[in-house]
Design a binder for this molecule. Structure first.
Ligand SMILES: Nc1ncnc2c1ncn2[C@@H]1O[C@H](COP(=O)(O)OP(=O)(O)OP(=O)(O)O)[C@@H](O)[C@H]1O
Ligand SMILES: [Mg+2]
Length: 460
């Protein structure tokens, strides 16, 4: 079992000494003790501490500030607060802020040991829980990823095949197609699943900060580096790193990334020590990297190192069979989430949704379904509920919605007529409660003609 690492922050010398002796002598824990909150802040990001024990009242940076800092870096960190009787109310405040427990001074050995061992079982339980959940999952669980189209089946197949390898994967796809979801599916179906999956959005972090984000820095490495900091590569040790929007990385960083990939080693900025990177790389981009290479915006050598296993997620408009399935999925999800009982969509509304271009892909569909379900009290979502953009360019469907109007950009008459006919056929069917005889009568058609037309439009 790995040694337990404890960080103590306490300004009172005697207390600090007693406490670290107690914990290292009786339990064999690996204890680091510092004099105040400021030192603790410098040291905490450098290592993985299981438990932090901090005094509440310290000069410069007190226990509450330290707690906030730690929780910001690691939400799961277990922090125990030490406090005099007079300040129990602040200790309670600390619990609200996410402290695990508090112990009152003067410290009693048995209480300290008990609290620490409780904290430790909590840490262990958490770790076991994660491992257990993983085991309970089906062998290949793609979480909430839905898709029945041939192209998505291919994507799932590739994920299955590559997840357990350590190969570098690059995921290509327009915004909102599910690149991040694929990255997660790969990591959580790999042997690295109990270790971290660390995400870096290469496009969102300013260039001058990205290097330090990736590799970390030592104190004093540059102006403003007031304390050392570990980077994402180090955080991802034994796990995976997800380099999102890798196509947006600056040329100078591309060189540095190339080196990590080739040599599996790096240094913190301003650091002397070379660190081995046991990290699986998963990258993603909405750009065409081959084009970027041709245009001189992406290094060719890096491209070949990254493009080992490419996964292409097609835009939603090129796999329309997934649209109704995703709609059903989001309907259930948001009905549950928002405690609603929306039935679904009318066939007409479905039509518009199926034919819309979805430039924002699955994310746009998801957001649209959320909006529709939030706005609807009950019953089915109808055309009138749909946002304008969804029927705006839908040729003739426009006519049914707002009379005989021609949109600004004009419309294709044949398409418009066809869509108009299809929608009238559907509307009649709906109005007659699905009785075809009645629907035919409504449209002054005989039943045979009506049924033939339904067939022609694939309406069942
Ligand atoms: N196949 C799918 N099944 C269910 N939900 C999906 C699917 N694909 C995408 N989503 C959902 O759509 C949203 C967008 O997905 P994701 O963030 O993975 O896309 P992305 O390609 O990374 O987008 P961007 O390029 O904008 O970062 C997420 O909320 C995700 O859960
Ligand atoms: Mg993304």
């Amino acid at each position: 079992m790995k040694t337990v690492k404890i960080l103590i922050a306490e300004d009172n010398d005697l207390n600090r000494l007693n406490l670290s002796e107690l914990l290292s002598d009786t339990t064999g824990y690996d204890v680091t003790a510092v004099r105040d909150g400021k030192e603790a802040m410098e040291i905490f990001p450098l290592d993985k501490y299981d438990i932090v024990i901090t005094d509440l009242k310290m000069p410069h940076i007190d226990g509450l500030q330290l707690l906030a800092f730690i929780k910001e870096i690691n939400q799961d960190a277990v922090v125990i607060i030490m406090t005099g009787y007079a300040t129990v109310s602040s200790a309670v405040e600390a619990m609200k802020l996410g402290a695990f427990d508090y112990i009152t001074k003067p410290l009693k050995d048995d209480i300290v040991l008990l609290t620490v061992s409780r904290a430790l079982s909590f840490v262990r339980l958490k770790e076991e829980n994660i491992a257990l959940k993983d085991r309970l999952k089906e062998k290949y669980d793609f979480g909430k990823m839905i898709g029945y189209s041939e192209s998505m089946k291919k994507v799932f197949e590739t994920i299955k095949k590559v997840a357990s390898t350590d190969s570098t994967v690059i995921i290509y796809g327009e915004s909102g197609t599910g690149k991040e979801l694929v990255a997660k599916a790969i990591h959580f179906n790999s042997d690295r699943k109990s270790k971290p999956l660390v995400t870096v959005n290469c496009g969102a972090i300013p260039e001058e900060l990205l290097e330090s984000e990736l590799f970390g820095h030592e104190k004093g490495a540059f102006t403003g580096a007031i304390r050392s900091r570990i980077g994402r590569f180090e955080l991802a040790q034994e796990g995976s790193i997800f380099l999102d929007e890798i196509g947006d990385m600056s040329p100078s960083l591309q060189v540095k990334l190339l080196r990590v990939i080739q040599e599996r080693q790096f240094e913190r900025i301003g650091g002397m020590r070379t660190i081995d990177a046991d990290v699986r790389i998963i990258a993603a981009t909405h750009r065409d990297l081959e084009e970027a290479v041709k245009g001189g915006n992406f290094r060719e050598d890096l491209f070949y190192r990254i493009n080992v296993i490419p996964i292409h997620i097609p835009p939603l408009r090129e796999r329309r069979t997934d649209i109704p399935i995703l709609m059903g999925h989001f309907l259930r999800t948001f009905n549950n989430l928002k405690k609603k009982r929306v039935n679904g969509l009318t066939p007409e509304a479905m039509n518009y949704m199926n034919e819309y271009a979805w430039p924002g892909n699955v994310r746009e569909l998801q957001n649209t379904m959320e909006m529709l379900i939030v706005m609807k009290e009950e019953g089915s979502i109808d055309v009138d509920d749909l946002p304008e953009r969804i029927y705006r360019n839908a040729g003739g469907t426009h006519v049914i919605k707002s009379g005989l109007e021609i949109p600004e950009e004009g419309l294709n008459l044949n398409e418009a007529v066809t869509l108009f006919e299809k929608n009238i056929l559907l509307k009649a069917l709906e109005k007659s409660g699905g009785v075809k005889n009645k629907a035919a009568q409504l449209l002054k058609l005989n039943r045979t003609t009506y049924v033939e037309k339904l067939k022609r439009y694939n309406i069942t």
